[in-house]
Ligand binder design. Structure first.
Ligand SMILES: Cc1cc2nc3c(=O)[nH]c(=O)nc-3n(C[C@H](O)[C@H](O)[C@H](O)COP(=O)(O)OP(=O)(O)OC[C@H]3O[C@@H](n4cnc5c(N)ncnc54)[C@H](O)[C@@H]3O)c2cc1C
Length: 407
């Protein structure tokens, strides 16, 4: 194999290029991305960057890295089509990039629900550095911000805006915050935490229309017929995977580009990773994760397969974090199918929730409890009885497991 083309210069595309070199790949690596500039990290966009505006700190590596590693970076370059018969990617400027193997790392884009009035000045979204720079600039002149969507990104932004002294209302159509990803118990804990920060959180409140005057946003009309005044609206209602390129090339697509356990698409010359792909969990059920860990671990898995010829299935324990004000939420495992939640002892009375399914630990949610989170990553799958015997203390359970003689 002499030439690998990667489409997407986000977290996963960058990591794939870097890991291919780390594994010893000596052929050509071409990294094609439609955003301007060097690959950067997105998580700080709604956290540190929104507060300090220091864009240089976001870079995954400086320019010299790509030169040293012989990685050809094509920024501001959008891949337009894949010719699978000829094994060629064509970009919108008409250039052709032949490949022996292609990695799709096209990520996801903000999903905007069809709320009327979105064209008004002052309505923003947050996915890219460009979005974040614009939003940050506006925030400086904002008196009242309205966040549509009580998910991770909306709530992280709400916390930063409150810390900057801006009045914030969060509208969440569902009955609880971060409901797609968190246990009801942790959602309730964060509801109180955001209210304590002074944010006006309204649950079960959908946005019906964005109001404006002279083209500028003035507020949001909600499903309970109330107009909330505001001079900035952030639409944070989730994302959709970027599957258009793959779909047009005839690859199998569902909620993401469908890959097998080794992260190969329906074409054995094409892999996919990160936010854009739907991959099978060890039990076979398909999942699409929006996290740095998934993008990075997928990239490493693909690089090992391509360079070393490994054939094992991807099985890393998922983990995730979100910083909301002074609260660092960390999640290990996947709790969406849990049937029982137990509150465990945490440091300084911080919440630690253990999520079980069929009496086995499937996920752990912690706040400001790094030690418990690290232990949790190694305990996913442990029978409830074993944890119960340790008083549900995660560090104690891990120490007990280490001390136990091998079975
Ligand atoms: C504000 C914000 C905060 C976040 N916070 C956290 C967090 O705290 N913890 C966490 O784990 N995750 C967080 N995430 C999610 C995390 O950033 C993503 O899961 C991760 O970036 C996914 O990496 P990726 O490579 O799959 O996709 P991306 O990083 O989205 O990269 C995909 C790239 O492909 C480009 N692209 C798409 N189509 C084409 C095409 N046809 N041609 C060329 N280029 C193309 C896109 O423009 C983009 O640059 C956050 C995301 C955002 C936006």
């Amino acid at each position: 194999m002499s030439r690998i083309v990667i489409v997407g210069t986000g977290q996963g595309g960058f990591q794939a290029a870097a890991s291919l070199r780390q594994e010893g790949f000596e052929g050509e690596i071409i990294l094609i991305g439609d955003e301007p500039g060097l690959p950067y990290q997105r998580p700080p966009l709604s956290k540190a960057y929104m507060a300090d505006g220091m864009a240089d700190r976001l870079l995954l590596k400086p320019a010299a890295f790509y030169e040293r590693a012989s990685i050809t970076l094509r920024e501001r370059t959008r891949a337009a089509a894949i010719d699978r018969d000829r094994r060629v990617v064509t970009t919108v400027d008409g250039a052709e990039y032949p490949y022996d193997h292609l990695i799709l790392a096209t990520g996801a884009s903000t999903f905007r629900p069809p709320i009327p009035g979105q064209e008004a000045d002052g309505v923003e979204e947050l996915r890219t550095l460009e979005d974040a720079a614009r939003l940050r600039q506006r925030l400086a002149d904002t008196r009242q911000a309205i966040v549509i969507g009580g998910g991770f990104i909306g709530l992280e932004f709400a916390a930063v805006a409150r810390a900057a002294g801006v009045a914030v209302t969060v509208l969440e159509a569902a009955p609880r915050l971060m409901g797609r990803a968190l246990s009801p118990e942790m959602s309730a804990w964060f509801l109180e935490a955001h209210r304590a920060m002074g944010t006006d959180v309204r649950l079960g409140a959908g946005a019906r229309r964005i109001e404006s005057a002279d083209g500028k946003v003035t507020g949001v009309d909600t499903s309970d017929q109330k107009v909330i005044p505001g001079d900035l609206v952030l639409i944070a209602t989730g994302v959709r995977p970027n599957v258009g390129l793959a779909e047009a090339a005839g690859l199998t697509v569902g909620n993401g580009i469908v890959v097998d356990g080794t992260l190969l698409t329906s074409d054995p010359a094409i892999s996919a990773l990160g936010d854009c792909c739907s991959f099978p969990l060890p039990d076979g059920s398909p999942v699409r994760l929006e996290s740095v860990q998934a993008a990075v671990d997928h990239a490493r898995h693909i690089a090992r397969r391509l360079v070393k010829g490994t054939t094992d299935s991807y099985a890393a324990v998922p983990w995730f974090w979100s910083d909301q004000g002074k609260h660092k939420l960390q999640i290990a495992g996947l709790g969406t199918t849990a049937d029982e939640v137990v509150r465990a002892p945490g440091p300084d009375d911080q919440p630690v929730f253990l999520l079980f399914r069929d009496n086995r630990l499937v996920a752990v949610e912690t706040v400001n409890a790094a030690g418990e989170h690290m232990a949790a990553r190694r305990l996913i799958g442990t029978p409830k009885a074993v944890l119960e015997a340790a008083g549900f203390g995660l560090k104690q359970a891990l120490n007990a497991a280490k001390a136990a003689p091998p079975a």
